[in-house]
Design a protein around this ligand. Structure first.
Ligand SMILES: [Zn+2]
Length: 318
């Protein structure tokens, strides 16, 4: 019977927080405040969670379109929303560097949380074979969404947690949404395999902005030659010797395509192009943020299809 008083305290705390919020924003529209609410940190997990939850609860996504998951922060209102949530879904594994302390505070205050990255058998960053720079070797790699099989696992876990923690949802509806989305993820994986089959074996080599495609490389058989920023986060920056070892690795591997993120500056990739005599192609991908609707990567499925097409074209051309 130890959980009963805790639940009562939680409910009282949520009521108090709601009252405080209402008092603080007396002019704001209060409708829907008693609706069950799931708060999600990144917009990729937000889209996946909305597919699962459907109309059964409100889903609030904290990260804006085209933002950088490593660096986005929260407003005071958003931080308070975390604590009022029935469930918080976050990527974790160090991805949302400026948000994780707020998630931890909500968890300690009794809010149910799901760290999706931790729950899908994460990979660790490996030291490069050539002994070159990789600041995060041995640390878990947070970019699990580049492997759609792991996203299937995460989507199933989100459905489980919603049913368990979000009061008033219709379990059958959640399960039906999850089944339908699982089928679409399976179709995506099969289509990605067929697309990548067009790339000759010796050309399946990736140079990216930072180490963002480790899971995709493992799942679909690509070699990771290097990254412009030799780190698992966009918040690091390369030294000139980092850039030199990357250009050497690219020459050795015969790689002529560098993939950048559409939301990151391409300045460093352009430096590489100059270093390698202009024979380098720079291709923009949507690697870690969705766009606004209708702008190329409004959903996870659209993002993965757009990236697969751009990668296949980039690695087979010329
Ligand atoms: Zn990243």
């Amino acid at each position: 019977m130890t959980t009963t008083p805790k639940r009562a305290v939680l409910r009282l705390r949520r009521l108090l927080l709601t009252l405080l919020a209402l008092a603080g924003t007396a002019t704001a529209c209060a409708t829907g405040d008693d609706r069950p609410r799931v708060v999600v940190t990144t917009n990729i997990l937000g889209d996946i969670t909305r597919e699962i939850v459907g109309d059964e609860a409100d889903v609030t996504v904290l990260m804006k379109p085209n933002a950088d998951p490593h660096s986005f922060g929260l407003s005071a209102v958003q931080a308070a929303e975390l604590e009022r949530a029935d469930l918080v879904v976050f990527n974790g594994l160090g991805l949302e560097e400026n948000v994780l302390r707020h998630v931890e505070a909500a968890r300690e205050a009794g809010t149910a949380t799901l760290e999706a990255g931790r729950a899908v058998d994460p990979l660790v960053f490996r030291a490069p074979a050539d002994g070159g720079p990789q600041a995060d070797a041995g640390q878990p790699d947070p970019h699990f969404w580049t492997d759609p099989d792991r996203v299937r696992t995460a989507a199933g876990l989100i459905a489980d947690r919603v049913v368990e923690h979000v009061e008033g949802v219709d379990e059958e509806a959640i399960r039906a949404n999850a089944d339908r989305y699982d089928g679409r993820l399976a179709d995506l994986t099969a289509w990605m395999e067929r697309s990548f089959d067009r790339i000759p074996e010796q050309r399946r080599a990736l140079v990216t902005n930072h180490h963002v495609f480790g899971y995709l490389a493992e799942r679909f058989g690509f070699r990771t030659v290097g990254a412009v920023v030799p780190s698992g986060t966009t918040l690091a920056s390369p030294s000139s010797s980092d850039l030199r070892s990357l250009t050497e690795a690219m020459r050795e591997a015969g790689v002529r395509t560098v993939f950048t993120d559409s939301s990151q500056p391409t300045r460093l990739a352009e430096v590489l192009r100059t270093e390698l005599g202009g024979r380098v192609r720079v291709v923009a991908l949507h690697s870690e943020s969705l766009t606004e609707k209708g702008k190329g990567a409004g959903t996870y499925l659209q993002m993965m299809r757009a990236n697969t097409t751009a990668m296949t074209d980039g690695l087979t051309a010329g």
